[in-house]
Write a protein that binds this ligand. Structure first.
Ligand SMILES: C[S@@+](CC[C@H](N)C(=O)[O-])C[C@H]1O[C@@H](n2cnc3c(N)ncnc32)[C@H](O)[C@@H]1O
Length: 280
């Protein structure tokens, strides 16, 4: 009998997430792309599917591909519920392309991806019910990068609804506590409150700190919150300093895809064939 976790078939879920992981472009470390580990992706996708059931959900950045997992698990019948619509906004064309191609191939009709840099005003064509972000964690800017992504999420839902912010959480690291406090302060100042905090939930493929974990910080708008202002581009470059870590400022508008790759396969420039001797 298949091993079960709550109400999902764990083996089928892990195999489905494995398809998604095969499709992820390789992470660019200087842009803080650090991918979540597969076991945590299974549990996180299950949680997000439940949390955003029947909602229109916007992802502000999603290298991890939780958006894809949520849509795919539902399409495969492994989870019977989920968001009614999922839109991914990311400045990496490789990620946008990989999500779009996977959605086309697997006929994930609820899932779309858009090229977008969070320093630009958020496009106002759709108002979502909920947002999800796993932003750059702001180790070297006291969490300003977390605030920028969270602000775009709040704009995406018109300051009315819920958000899930996934950020570092480690009792032994002062900067993570400072960023957590600043993010909560920012949320309250923006008309939201922390409805739940799920500590130390996820691990990452992070070679210089493999034990660093993240939490889920769940935000909810206070009834009657009035948006502070219309969405605008960020022109104050000081907000973009140390965005991705010490001296890693935000100066890239888009990461462009040079060559369309099948990410699950070896690339031709990674290997060559040394042939057998002819007389064999
Ligand atoms: C910075 S990473 C944070 C770590 C996370 N675990 C991940 O790798 O997805 C989050 C996502 O935000 C995207 N991103 C980074 N800077 C961005 C920007 N300025 N605008 C929009 N998306 C951005 C990255 O491409 C990535 O997919």
């Amino acid at each position: 009998m298949a091993e079960r976790n709550h109400d999902i078939d764990l083996k089928a879920a892990i195999n489905a997430i494995s398809d998604v992981v095969q499709n992820r472009p390789r992470p660019i470390r200087q842009m803080d792309q650090i991918y979540m580990k597969t076991g945590d992706m299974v549990l996180q996708s299950h949680l997000v599917a439940h949390w955003a059931k029947d909602k229109q959900l916007a992802f502000i950045g999603d290298g991890d591909a939780i958006s894809v997992c949520v849509a795919y698990l539902r399409e495969r019948g492994i989870i019977e519920y989920g968001p009614s619509r999922i839109d991914v906004y990311d400045f990496d064309e490789r990620i946008v392309g990989a999500v779009t191609r996977f959605a086309d191939k697997m006929r994930l009709e609820t899932l779309q991806a858009h090229l977008y840099n969070c320093l630009d005003a958020f496009p106002v064509n759709t108002v979502y019910d909920a947002f999800y972000t796993n932003p750059p964690w702001g180790a070297s800017n006291n969490g300003v990068s977390v605030e920028v992504f969270t602000q775009r999420g709040m704009e995406a839902i018109g300051y009315d609804g819920e958000g899930m912010v996934v950020i570092a959480d480690d009792d032994g690291l002062e900067w993570t506590q400072r960023v957590l406090a600043n993010t909560q302060r920012f949320a309250i100042a923006s008309g939201f409150y922390v409805s739940k905090m799920m500590p130390r939930r996820h691990l990452y493929h992070l070679d210089d700190d493999p034990d660093l974990m993240s939490c889920n910080l769940l935000l909810r708008s206070l009834p009657g919150t009035i948006p502070p202002m219309a969405s605008e581009s960020i022109t104050d470059l000081s907000r973009l300093e140390h965005f991705y870590g010490r001296s890693q400022h935000l100066r890239v508008r888009y990461i462009r895809e040079k060559k369309r790759l099948d990410y699950g396969m070896a690339h031709e420039d990674e290997y060559c064939f040394e042939l057998l001797e002819e007389n064999l």
